[in-house]
Design a protein around this ligand. Structure first.
Ligand SMILES: C=C(C)CCOP(=O)(O)OP(=O)(O)O
Ligand SMILES: [Mg+2]
Ligand SMILES: [Mg+2]
Length: 308
């Protein structure tokens, strides 16, 4: 008879079932997000906020936050309000990104975009409402975490989202549209700010909540910066190779708007290779976390293998 503890050492049981993990975490996030916005007067704004927030994204950002907090000795419960805030901030950035003044998109998460349903005025306000809610939600609902860590999380959220982060990246993205000679440096600036900054906040905040050392926090940040850049490279590849049905958002938009992207500068194959290298570099940063790092390593692989 094989001893029970040996069973856990077989290669098969050592495998990490990412799909089951993501499904379980997505379910937890859906419930928490649903509870974060009750409908009250004036109903229109709450309905439009819920329309985009509960439209079924991958929930990658909150899951990264929960996974990091758990990997570093914290709990799901400690991280859930921050995880929700990250998804709420991400959703507001999507609503505004899709507006006619920005990327002018009609579809998002398999549905009409917020402004197509509620009008541009309400869509702008839904973004504003979500943004304010994110900070209120963390400050009000975080439990069993020392207050100074919660303050650090709030500061990181603001920095990742603001002009030094996502907003700054969006500005350079828009300013670079249609320009012929965008450098790789500018392209990296765009990706590192519009996409990687928030993903870094997801991972870093998970670590801050559990109280990691500054060395571990730096390792986590480097992991997240690498997966963040890879995420946007893959997003731009999918924009070329996939369909609206598969993506839940319009495809072919980057070429249409003359956006600067990795595949445009380097071609599809080299862009894929670059994304793969970034994922490998990300995973090296997690070496010291041993087996505990399995979820974050599997999520990094998922980022380049994803089809939506
Ligand atoms: C940063 C980018 C490229 C916007 C899309 O993000 P996701 O691909 O994570 O969108 P959802 O799954 O959350 O809808
Ligand atoms: Mg955009
Ligand atoms: Mg867009």
């Amino acid at each position: 008879m094989v001893a029970a503890h040996n069973l856990h050492k077989t290669p098969e049981s050592a495998k990490f079932d990412l799909l089951a993990y993501l499904k379980e975490r997505q379910k937890l996030c859906e419930t928490a997000l649903d509870n974060a916005i009750p409908i009250r007067y004036p109903e229109t704004i709450y309905e439009s906020m819920r329309y985009s927030l509960l439209a079924g994204g991958k929930r990658l950002r909150p899951i990264l936050c929960l996974a990091t907090c758990e990997m570093t000795g914290g709990t799901i419960e400690m991280a859930m309000p921050t995880a929700c805030a990250l998804e709420i901030i991400h959703t507001m950035s999507l609503i505004h990104d899709d507006l006619p003044a920005m990327d002018n998109d009609d579809y998002r998460r398999g549905k009409l975009t917020n402004h197509k349903v509620y009008g541009e005025d309400i869509a702008i306000l839904a973004g504003d409402g979500l943004l304010a809610l994110a900070f209120e939600h963390v400050a009000t609902n975080t439990q069993n975490v020392p207050t100074e860590r919660v303050l650090q999380v709030i500061a990181r959220l603001g920095r990742a989202l603001g002009a030094a982060g996502l907003v700054g990246g969006q500005v350079v993205d828009l300013e670079s549209e249609g320009k012929p000679d965008i450098s790789l440096e500018t392209l990296n600036f765009i990706h590192n700010h519009k996409t990687a900054a928030l993903l870094e906040a997801c991972v870093a905040c998970g670590g801050v909540l559990s109280g990691v050392s500054s060395e571990d926090l730096q390792r986590l940040s480097r992991y997240a910066q690498n997966i963040g850049l890879a995420f946007q490279i893959i997003d731009d590849i999918l924009d070329i190779t996939s369909t609206r049905e598969q993506l839940g958002k319009s495809a072919g938009k980057d070429q249409q708007a003359n956006k600067v992207t990795y595949p445009k500068l380097w071609g599809l194959e080299e862009s894929r290779t670059k994304a793969q290298e970034l994922i490998e570099a990300a995973c090296v940063e997690l070496d010291s976390f041993g087996d505990q790092a399995k979820p974050l390593i599997a999520i990094a692989q998922y980022i380049i293998n994803r089809d939506r």
